[in-house]
Design a protein. Structure first.
Length: 232
């Protein structure tokens, strides 16, 4: 694979969609820095990546670790910062807000909402002016499309993530970089479960296509894997 010269920082890439997105961009000739919280299969992937994959360690729920990552990458410049890290479910994914424990609720919100935006705030200046900042959102984050309920806490976390990205965009209205909220679909991963509608191979290439297609367009976009706009 020819080296395109493009660079990506993918946060939360040790497994599932983040790992697959890392492998996808490597297959397209990108150079990737990917993060893990604990040792993962990323190291095996790096062995076959001909020097185009660098693995970093960070727990995004620990601000000091995110700041330390920023220091380690101080001399880097990326075309893409993509935050995939997050958790799908509470202990009981069917729990309503009437039933969920405070601890579970707080854990999901810190992992899915607060921490990704802290990562973006901390690492944003590593992204080129022509670059893209993206977050793995979900179609379940859409308020307008929530006609059946279910997965209440997860839905709420993705809606809150979308809202904070919209606030980030408003605060950086003059920033030329593209901001993306990506909805990859319900995918068969450890977190998505075996009953999910899509395989990773049916989702991630489309996610990567959409990210590449929106490079340089600027503005905030809430999109699915086919590049279609998702209802707020």
């Amino acid at each position: 694979m020819n080296d395109t010269g493009k660079t990506a920082l993918i946060v939360g890439a040790s497994r599932g969609l983040g790992y697959a997105l890392t492998a996808e961009f490597l297959s397209r000739g990108w150079r990737v820095t990917a993060t893990e919280r604990t040792p993962s299969a990323l190291h095996e992937l790096a062995e076959s990546a001909e020097g185009r994959l660098t693995v970093e360690t960070v727990d995004i729920t620990v601000p000091e670790q995110v700041a330390a990552l920023r220091e380690r990458l101080a001399r880097s410049a990326f075309d893409l910062l993509y935050v995939n890290a997050g958790t799908n479910y509470t202990t009981d994914p069917s729990a309503t807000v009437a039933d969920v424990s405070t601890e579970d609720f707080a854990r999901v919100m810190v992992t899915n909402v607060l921490s990704p935006l802290r990562v973006i705030e901390t690492l944003q200046d590593l992204v080129r002016a022509t670059g893209t900042i993206g977050v793995m959102s979900s179609g379940q984050g859409s308020i307008a499309d929530n006609t059946k309920g279910g997965f209440e806490v997860y839905r709420a976390s993705k809606s809150a993530l979308n809202q904070l990205m919209r606030s980030f965009a408003a605060r950086h209205a003059d920033d030329p970089r593209t901001l993306l909220l990506m909805a990859p679909g319900w995918v068969k991963t450890e977190l998505g479960g075996p009953g999910a509608r899509l395989t990773i191979d049916e989702s991630i290439p489309g996610v990567a296509d959409t990210i590449e297609a929106y490079a340089g367009k600027g503005g905030l976009h809430y999109l699915d894997r086919e590049g279609k706009t998702v209802n707020w």
